[in-house]
Design a protein around this ligand. Structure first.
Ligand SMILES: Nc1ncnc2c1ncn2[C@@H]1O[C@H](COP(=O)(O)OP(=O)(O)OP(=O)(O)O)[C@@H](O)[C@H]1O
Length: 332
C-alpha cells in the first residue's frame, strides 16, 4: 500500500437508496496524473467527494496519503489539495490576498506562505497579476489561481474536479500546461473529466467510469488497444492492384484483417507505425504503385463506445438517449 497515494476498495455511495457509486476499486501511484473519465452523472464528483472526506462513503474504504478517509479525515485533509468545479475565491480580494488567507486558514506559518505565494503564482503563470483583484481575472486565470492555492500546503496529492469545465480552448490549453508542469515536478494529480482529449493528453492512467462502475482501467495506450487496433488505408492506382496487394498481405499475415474497398486496401492491426513500412516494402517488391497511405489510431471515445455502446461525447450521448426514449415511447 505504501507505493500508493490513493487506494479505493469497493467504495460505494448511495443517496436515498440510489446507488451513485457502485463499489469501485483503484490505486494511484506517486508522481502520476490519474484520471477518472466518464459522462455527466457517472459518479465522478461523488467519488472525488469521498476521497477528499466531504462525502461519507456508504461502503468500502479509501486511503489517501496512507490515511483512512472515514477514520482519519483530518489527517487526509492536511495532506491534500483540492480544486472544486465551482470557484471558491473571493473576487474582491487580490490573488495574493486569496492565497494568504487560504494558507493561514490551513495553519501554515505566515512567513512560509508569503514565500510560497510568488513561487506558486509563477508556476501557474500569474505572478505579474499577483496584486490585481480577481474581479479582473478571466475564468481560466481563476482556475490557475485555485491550482496554485491548492499547492500551498505542499500536498501529497492534488485533486482537480473537471479542471477545464466551462473554459474556452485557449484557457483550457493553459490549464493543461500547468498540469503538465506539475507532472514534470513529480506532483501526484487525481482529476476527473468528461473530456477524452483532456484525459488522453494529461493522464498516465485512466479509469473509465459509467453509471457508478469502473468499466476499464489502464494507460491511454492500453485502453485504446481494447478497441482492436489501428486502421490503415493504402490506396493504389487500380482495384486490381489493391486486390493483389491484399492477397500478398494475407499471405504474410501482417494484419489482423485485410479488406479491399475500391482501389484502397484497409487493414486493422495493432501497431500501424510498425506495419506501414513493411506494407510499403511488400508493395514495392511486387512492383505495385502506392498513391496514398494513412492510418487512424483509436480514440478513447472508440473505447467508450466499444464498452458501453454509447458515445462519450455529450451531445451525441444525449441525442442517442433522446432517440432511444422516443423509440421506446412509440413502441409503448
Ligand atoms: N446529493 C445527492 N443526492 C442525490 N443524488 C445525487 C446527489 N449527488 C449526486 N447525485 C446523483 O448521483 C449520480 C452521480 O453524480 P455525480 O455528480 O457524482 O456525477 P458526475 O460524474 O460527477 O457528473 P457531473 O460531472 O455532472 O457532476 C447522478 O445521477 C446524480 O444525480
Amino acid at each position: 500500500m505504501k507505493n500508493y497515494v490513493v487506494v479505493a476498495e469497493d467504495l460505494r455511495k448511495s443517496y436515498n437508496g440510489f446507488e451513485a457509486v457502485k463499489g469501485i476499486s483503484f490505486r494511484v501511484k506517486h508522481g502520476i496524473v490519474y484520471g477518472l473519465l466518464g459522462p455527466n452523472g457517472a459518479g465522478k464528483t461523488t467519488t472525488i467527494g469521498m476521497l477528499i472526506t466531504l462525502i461519507r462513503p456508504s461502503g468500502g474504504r479509501a486511503l489517501v496519503a496512507g490515511y483512512d478517509v472515514l477514520r482519519e479525515p483530518q489527517r487526509v485533509r492536511e495532506r491534500i489539495g483540492v480544486v472544486f468545479q465551482e470557484p471558491t475565491v473571493d473576487r474582491d480580494l487580490t490573488a495574493w490576498q486569496n492565497m494568504l488567507i487560504h494558507g493561514l486558514i490551513y495553519g501554515l506559518p505566515r512567513r512560509v506562505v508569503e514565500q510560497r505565494i510568488p513561487e506558486l503564482l509563477e508556476l501557474v503563470g500569474l505572478r505579474e497579476h499577483m496584486h490585481r483583484p480577481l474581479r479582473s481575472f478571466s475564468g481560466g486565470m481563476i482556475r490557475r489561481l485555485e491550482i496554485a492555492r491548492a499547492l500551498l500546503n505542499e500536498p501529497e496529492v492534488l485533486f482537480l474536479d473537471e479542471p477545464t469545465i466551462g473554459l474556452d480552448p485557449q484557457a483550457r490549453m493553459k490549464v493543461w500546461e500547468v498540469i503538465e508542469g506539475l507532472r514534470r515536478q513529480g506532483v501526484t494529480v487525481f482529476l476527473t473529466t468528461h473530456y477524452m482529449d483532456e484525459a488522453e493528453r494529461l493522464c498516465d492512467r485512466i479509469a473509465i467510469i459509467d453509471h457508478g462502475r469502473i468499466i476499464a482501467e489502464g494507460s491511454p495506450e492500453e485502453l485504446k488497444s481494447l478497441v482492436g487496433g489501428d486502421t490503415v488505408y493504402i490506396t493504389l492506382d487500380t482495384r486490381e492492384s489493391a486486390e493483389r496487394l491484399a492477397r500478398l498481405l494475407r499471405e504474410k499475415s501482417l494484419a489482423d484483417t485485410v479488406t479491399v474497398a475500391g482501389s484502397t486496401v484497409v487493414l486493422v492491426a495493432r501497431d500501424a507505425p510498425r506495419l506501414v513500412p513493411q506494407v510499403l516494402e511488400a508493395a514495392r517488391a511486387a512492383g505495385l504503385e502506392v498513391r496514398e497511405v494513412r492510418y487512424t489510431r483509436p480514440s478513447l471515445n472508440d473505447v467508450f463506445v466499444r464498452l458501453t455502446g454509447r458515445s462519450l461525447r455529450d451531445e451525441e450521448g444525449d441525442w442517442r438517449d433522446y432517440m432511444r426514449l422516443r423509440i421506446h415511447a412509440r413502441r409503448g
